[in-house]
Design a protein around this ligand. Structure first.
Ligand code: PEP
Length: 249
């Protein structure tokens, strides 16, 4: 079964109202392949979600960058899955390496969050990826498999999950993985899904690459058979995000 190309834009903790309006205007004017060919999801900071949702073209969708691990309540500073659903936000990014590293989110916590978000009807971009030390120690696949396992043990509905393979050493560093490096991990991840979930999940789950993707390197990465799209940070704030969307064809 063909996997629809997926391009996510992670705006991280960036932007003012004026800057957000400018990015949305650029996206709204862009000529891109139809949504039958490429699924586009942009992820502004929480505070801009309503603005972006109400002004973004309807063929592009919106994601939150995180949500709380269970039902809301006395969790100061958190945003619940229920709130995102209430706002009509269809997607959430979970387990981004910045949250794993800076906020100490464990594999189990990310797995719990993924299960809870799915149970409330959100679709999840679940991020996995190794650090440079882990890659150099030859443990890339062990790390990525352990991160994926913590999710797989807690969910059964893979139809609403996109896995983002984002090597930590490539995020925001300008050091993009080579197409061969990305393909190798994506292929191994798909084999892992085949062995540990089901052949159908392995064949249909989109595995996207993230880490210093830009308008210049996206085509070659997109040509890899197991690269089903991208999660883009820095370049998603710039007009070259349109070129990345166009790499779907
Ligand atoms: C990201 O934050 O998910 C990311 C991939 O960032 P960048 O594209 O800036 O490396």
């Amino acid at each position: 079964m063909a996997r629809k190309f997926f391009v996510g834009g992670n705006w991280k903790c960036n932007g003012t109202t004026e800057e957000v309006k400018k990015i949305v205007a650029t996206l709204n004017d862009a000529q891109v392949p139809p949504q039958e060919v490429v699924e586009v999801v942009v992820s502004p900071p929480f505070v801009f979600l309503p603005l972006v949702k109400s002004t973004l073209r309807p063929d592009f969708h919106v994601a939150a960058q995180n949500c709380w691990v269970k039902k809301g309540g006395a969790f100061t500073g958190e945003v619940s899955a229920e709130m995102l659903v209430n706002l009509g936000i269809p997607w959430v990014i979970l387990g981004h390496s910045e949250r794993r590293q800076l906020m100490g989110e464990s594999n189990e916590f990310v797995g719990d969050k993924t299960a809870y978000a799915l149970s409330k009807g959100l679709k999840v971009i679940a991020c996995v990826g190794e650090t440079l030390e882990q890659r150099e120690a030859g443990s890339t696949m062990d790390v990525v498999a352990a991160q994926t396992k913590a999710i797989a043990e807690r969910i059964s509905n893979w139809a609403d999950v996109v896995i983002a393979y984002e090597p930590v050493w490539a995020i925001g560093t300008g050091k993009v993985a080579t197409p061969a490096q990305a393909q190798e991990v994506h292929c191994e991840l798909r084999k892992w899904l085949h062995a540990n979930t089901s052949p159908e999940v392995a064949a249909t789950t989109r595995i996207i690459y993230g880490g210093s993707v830009n308008g210049g390197n996206c085509k070659e990465l997109a040509a890899q058979p197991d690269v089903d799209g991208f999660l883009v940070g820095g370049a998603s704030l710039k007009p070259e995000f349109i070129d990345i969307i166009k790499s779907a064809v």
